[in-house]
Design a binder for this molecule. Sequence first.
Ligand code: FPP
Length: 267
Amino acid sequence: MVREWLSVLRLGKHKNNSPEVEDLYKSLDSDKMPVHIAIIMDGNGRWATRRGLPRALGHRAGVESLREIVKTCSSLGVGFLTVYAFSTENWKRPAEEVTTLMDLLVEYLNKELKELHHNNVRVKTIGRIDELPAKARDALEVAAAETSQNTGLTLNLALNYGGRNEITEAVKQIGRDASAGVLNPDDIDENIISKYLYTAGMPDPDLLIRPSGEQRISNFLLWQAAYAEFWYCPVLWPDFRRKHLLEAVIDYQNRQRRFGGLHHSKK
Ligand code: FPP
């Protein structure tokens, strides 16, 4: 009981929380926190268009949501937060928008690195990072190196990421290793395949959140999300706040996960 109250106090230790958010904190079960949350940060463009603003400002506003959600996940004791920041398909957008997104990424990392480090957050990436512009690669490399020893939340940035591409690359590497005799094809199982993905060594996402009213997976964590609980909401990403994350986590905590069996058996 005392332990429970201490963790609730710890979880709710934020300045300027509304009574609604305070109540949400009190409804959390600290023993049933998702280890890995994945988010498709969708709706930046619509948010801007509805206000008569350029799309770039929607993305800029989206960075603010990311900041708040990273801090919240970190304080909740979530282990991994994977955010879909740029997909393999996003290159099809106008060059100007792609540049804006890359610039925002660099700006976010430069401005936030100290704070991330202070909060014991470890920065990692998934996706074809080698194809990103040099300034983005450099900023990511610095952020990953400087935070590599941190033991709190892992902020996993999905950049130039596509689930099918990830699986294709894994299959190619498995084929190469099998031909080279490093891997016996008969030994290939789900665990081995997981080890060839960008997410090797990370647990699968427990909770996958998609704001903005869309209800698609959009090539995100196709293999890893096999048993994730999905949570959708109509709010556009730039309006997504701590309150929405807490609502998603509470909803997740009230679901019964069966992993295809009859009981809550796997966790
Ligand atoms: C989808 O909204 C969002 C993206 C393609 C990019 C997400 C990027 C950010 C939140 C900011 C930059 C990231 C980092 C890591 C600093 P959309 O543009 O498809 O929105 P729409 O569907 O309303 O057009």
